[in-house]
Write a protein that binds this ligand. Structure first.
Ligand code: FRU
Length: 493
């Protein structure tokens, strides 16, 4: 169904309770509702926003269009958790309500200050010619969870030299000062990020563009995030407009990072290494990080991409967030591990050990729709080895290691309902290692694969038949020794 502008920008207050209930009913009939991922009650979820530890709890907001599976009038929806694993739906957090966010409460971030949680976001507006005018706005949440918006934006004008693609402030504190990076587009239509500083989160001063080596690297950088770890600076952003290159950049838009020296806040300059993708899979975009109560840096991404139809659309909803990942740096690269707390979801377990030789096998009791699975392959002489999951009559999702090419491969060609096929159905990346381990989280319609303790991650939505629950292991052209452990997952745990 084509959505008109009027339908996309309808105010939620003009929608009857009955209509919302009918939509919720359609959503709940969907066979692909997730069981342990954050997903919208109705409508479309996109970027994670305002991820913060505040008042003893983790708060995670997201971009939300409540009325259907399309990008319309965006709100912030609020979820919270004590453990990064069990999330409570709190409800609507920020609605478009004034001249500075009339066409969408767009992405932003959060920081605790003087006992309150400050939420900095982009107010999107459109004029009568449908030209964009972005504002950076502030809302403050108190200990009771009540959120109050400021009447006026804290950053009004786009600085000279940049277009109206100017959004997604990520705020942090260093010493006495507050800083924010904002995703921007130069007038020559290349992407970059800019830096502002403030003594109080209210009055912001433009410091300058963050100078990097990436002079022309896509036409827009969305959702920047800057943090420091092990005395190094990490800039994450989501560039739009990169051409595919070898195994990289095959999704419609990309998401990755550069690591380097700490950002020079006076010169607004970042000395850094090459851009690296965060996720090698299909559905990952606009991640955001926060520091947890114990000093861990945790990342959550949108498990989806813009401008792509998904099979859940016909049930009135789209997308979910990824599981939270703990970040660390090793040899100039971000290592991403599922947070330890995810073991809380583990239910009944089973284990198996086998030597496989030119064969495909099943293991007793290994099957399911939602589970965690760790499979380790060692002593390999096989040309390729790996596993198939969500296996059914004509369906399978393949995760394997191609030993000749020394590449990890995630193949969703036969995963179920096809979608986004014009971007390819196979993703690969190079990995030189003798032992290959896959730690895999499978939910009703997603797969997240952490390879060799988080050296690489592959994330993808899949839409198999409910009955496709098989798991198979295989070794072709040689031998491998495999150890597998599986846990049933239940969010009731
Ligand atoms: C990224 C993005 C952001 C914007 C938001 C709007 O997915 O386009 O740049 O703030 O989504 O929903």
């Amino acid at each position: 169904m084509e959505w008109t502008k009027e339908q996309r920008y309808r105010k939620i207050d003009d929608v009857t309770e009955k209509e919302i209930q009918a939509l919720a009913q359609l959503v709940n009939q969907c066979p692909w509702r997730q069981s342990f991922h954050i997903q919208p009650v109705t409508g479309l979820l996109n970027d994670p926003n305002g991820f913060a530890y505040y008042n003893g709890e983790y708060h995670l907001f997201y971009q939300w269009f409540p009325l259907g599976p399309v990008h319309g009038l965006k709100h912030w929806y609020h979820t919270k958790s004590n453990d990064f694993v069990h999330w409570e739906n709190v409800g609507m957090a920020i609605e478009p309500s004034n001249d500075y966010d009339s066409h969408g409460v767009y992405s932003g971030s959060a920081l605790e200050h003087e006992g309150k949680l400050y939420l900095l976001y982009t107010g999107n507006t459109r004029d009568e010619n449908w030209n964009r005018h972005p504002y950076q706005c502030l809302a403050v949440m108190n200990e009771n969870g009540a959120i109050t918006k400021s009447d006026n934006p804290v950053i009004g004008d786009v600085p000279k030299g940049y277009t109206d693609h100017f959004r997604d402030p990520k705020v942090w504190q260093q010493g006495e000062m507050f800083y924010t990076v904002i995703g921007a587009q130069r007038e020559n239509e290349s992407g970059c990020v800019v830096l502002y500083q403030s003594p109080n989160l209210q009055d912001w001063q433009f410091v300058g563009e963050v100078k990097t080596d990436l002079e022309y690297f896509g036409y827009m950088w969305e959702c920047p995030d800057y943090f420091e770890m092990d005395e190094q600076g990490v800039l994450i952003f989501s560039p739009q407009g990169l051409e595919a290159e070898g195994d990289a950049y095959h999704n419609i838009y990309q998401s990755g990072y550069v690591i380097g020296q700490q950002l020079d806040l006076e010169k607004s300059e970042l000395t850094h290494g090459r851009f690296q993708e965060l996720d090698r899979g299909f559905d990952f975009y606009a991640p955001q990080t926060t520091l947890d109560a114990n000093g861990r840096r945790i990342l959550v991404g949108w498990m989806g991409l813009p401008e792509i139809d998904y099979p859940t659309d016909k049930n009135g909803w789209a997308h979910c967030l990824t599981l939270p990942r703990e970040l660390s740096i090793k040899d100039g690269k971000l290592i991403q591990q599922p947070v330890d707390e995810l073991t809380l979801l583990r239910g009944k377990s089973m284990e198996a050990k086998k030597i496989m030789n030119h064969e495909t096998i099943t293991l007793d009791g290994f099957e399911g729709e939602a589970y965690e699975l760790i499979v380790e392959f060692s002593a390999n002489t096989a040309a390729e080895f790996g596993l198939e999951l969500r296996v059914g009559e004509n369906e399978k999702t393949i995760i394997k290691y191609d030993a000749a090419e020394r590449k990890v491969v995630f193949d969703r060609t036969y995963s179920g309902q096809p979608f986004a096929e014009n971007f390819g159905t196979v993703r690969k990346c190079k990995l030189d290692a003798e032992i290959i381990s896959f730690r895999i989280f499978v939910d009703s319609s997603s797969v997240e694969v952490f390879v060799n303790d988080g050296e690489e991650v592959f994330t993808g939505r899949i839409f198999p038949n409910k009955n496709s629950q098989g798991i198979r292991l295989f070794a072709h052209g040689g031998q491998t020794s495999v150890k597998a452990v599986k846990w049933e997952i239940s969010s009731d745990n």
